[in-house]
Write a protein of this length. Structure first.
Length: 192
């Protein structure tokens, strides 16, 4: 029997046949997964027509010290699209004391509080991060059912794919973690 958090810190890779336009050709980091609440994750290979500096400026913060003001804001998923989520590295845990964080792994965390945005604006935030609006969510048992129906592949997360791989290559590179050339797969999949 799998532990109830078996997909936490895994990539969820949409199969080529994924019909839901919210998830076509996406890769999602599962940030939390348990039998009682289901799963939450962030899509990290779709961007919005919005820059981090624009978003932070809209919150009334000074963006003049930002290290990379032209980083895009991501479309994190179809749930609560007005809410911001910051997926970031945990390379310096002593420095990180954000007000509202969820530890995903010893390398990754998800934070929703404005103090991390202020730190990013002042160029003292996490070494690696992305900002997303919205998240992906599944009710109890829903994600397991969708996996059984061949809607998704899953693989252990690799922060290098999140933060270092070009956005347009993340879906393919995540699948390659499993040795799968997702571009070579057909639009239908069978059951083993």
């Amino acid at each position: 029997m799998r532990p109830t958090t078996w997909l936490t810190n895994h990539f969820l890779i949409a199969m080529p046949s994924m019909a839901d336009p919210n998830f076509t050709h996406t890769v999602t980091l599962i940030c939390d997964h348990d039998a009682e609440h289901g799963a939450i994750g962030l899509v990290f290979n779709r961007t919005l027509d919005l820059l981090e500096s624009d978003l932070i400026d809209q919150l009334g913060m000074d963006t003049s010290k930002m290290a990379n003001p032209d980083k895009p804001v991501y479309d994190g998923g179809p749930v609560q699209v007005e809410r911001g989520f910051i997926l970031h590295s945990r390379t310096d845990p002593d420095r990180e004391s954000w007000d509202s964080s969820l530890t995903v792994s010893d390398q990754l965390a998800l934070t929703t509080s404005q103090d991390i945005l202020a730190a990013i604006a002042e160029n003292r935030g996490p070494k690696q991060h992305l900002i997303a609006l919205g998240y992906a969510g599944w009710g109890p048992g829903q994600l397991e059912y969708e996996i059984a129906q061949n809607a998704w592949l899953h693989a252990p997360a690799d922060p290098a794919i999140i933060f270092e791989t070009p956005i347009d290559q993340r879906w393919q590179q995540a699948a390659l973690l499993m040795g799968v050339d997702i571009n070579a797969m057909g639009m239908t999949a069978g059951h083993a």
